[in-house]
Design a protein around this ligand. Sequence first.
Ligand code: CP
Length: 301
Amino acid sequence: SRHLIGLRDMPRERMLTLLDRAQHYAEGHDARSALAGTAVCTLFFEPSTRTRLSFQLAAQRLGADVLNFDASTSSTSKGETARDTLKTIEAMGVRGFIVRHKHDGAVAALAAEAAEGTHLINAGDGRSAHPTQGLLDMLSLRQAKGGDFSSLKVLIVGDVKHSRVARSDLHALRTLGAGQIRVCGPRALLPDDDTLKDCIVSQDFDAALDGVDAVMMLRLQRERMEDGLVASLEDYHRDYGLTAARLARADAEAVVMHPGPMNRGVEITDEVADGPRSLVLRQVANGVAVRMAVLESLLRR
Ligand code: CP
């Protein structure tokens, strides 16, 4: 496809090719001429630290010209639509857009408006998809646990209902053949559609941790939450916070992941976030490599 909207329909071979290329970049290679003369723009209608900056760095390492659009300081505040914004920047000769938006399906809708030679990459839309996060999570898991996912037990914990990261991770884990996918969280924060169709779902975090190889913690997304879904942060931490004592229930070699930003003391303690099993900063580093691989594959002529 000309765009990267989600991982649901990405063939396994394409996913593996992107991960192999990302691994190459993670090992320190660069390709400063790959996108020389190509202009890309980060088009963010929602806040971001790591996705936006790592896309900028990735594009620069491929030699692209990089523009940075931030809705909060743009003519969006004068009422300009996302479509007009895209067409305006496209008219400047920009070929690649990295788009974040709060609405489900917004990036696919913008892609339908894009000119023939324009490529869009979804950097997170609503609750739907965050495909490069899914890919960087798979790269991090593969580096830690090897390429055969069939023996892996992976546990995803927390606010799955509001999480585009969880949805992209689930598609990628299925495509790569993860042996067992467990999901745990309070009933009010688990989706009631077919998102978890083949997962082992539980409300008991201690039991769900038993023997897992990887624990993927999610951010409690209070900005997307109707009042009353969570009784209190203290209760949430008591039932679903990952502490060192809880982590001891997992496999001795288990790794801990979190997409960031973390609510320290809510879904994860400092001791675990900064501890020896944490891949959190490895995930961030892999974000640059994965985004180089994605940009190169879509935009290289
Ligand atoms: N993981 C993630 O998407 O972080 P940002 O919102 O900071 O980009």
